[in-house]
Write a protein that binds this ligand. Structure first.
Ligand SMILES: [Zn+2]
Length: 136
């Protein structure tokens, strides 16, 4: 076999898909299809509103529909920083309500959870009677 040094590099051919608009969550920075994210908009009047339809005018920000993304967005000012404003209490209320409506995520398994098993050696199965296969 001769190695072909000049073999053409194979381009990764991606099947042409319908263009799906992608957006980035402002908290976790994950890029997801737009429709999986929740749009929050800063209206021209300076209010911040949920925009479930994605059609409100204003500056939009996208968040995953996950508590782990909304929590820092609302409680740690990520959203305010994104919009460069201070959330008004009346604007915050519906966002808080939305956050509260999100399902509580199952806690990820604690990193040390597997450690308990360590040290406890699993008794190696004793090989009993290798030649009892033919019982009949
Ligand atoms: Zn996110």
């Amino acid at each position: 076999m001769v190695q072909q040094a000049n073999a053409p590099k194979r381009k990764k051919q991606q099947p042409k898909q319908k263009h799906i608009p992608q957006r980035t969550c402002i908290v976790c920075r994950q890029v997801r299809p737009k429709r999986e994210l929740i749009r929050v908009v800063r209206t021209p009047a300076g209010h911040v509103e949920l925009d479930p339809t994605g059609k409100k005018s204003g500056r939009g920000a996208y968040l995953c529909a996950r508590r782990s993304c909304w929590e820092p967005a609302l409680r740690k000012g990520k959203l305010e920083r994104e919009f460069e404003l201070t959330l008004l209490p009346e604007d915050r209320a519906p966002l808080d309500a939305y956050y509260e409506s999100l399902p509580i995520e199952p806690a990820p398994p604690a990193p040390g959870a597997g450690a308990a098993k360590r040290g406890k050696k699993v008794a190696a199965p004793k090989q009993t009677a290798g030649k009892q296969a033919e019982e009949r």
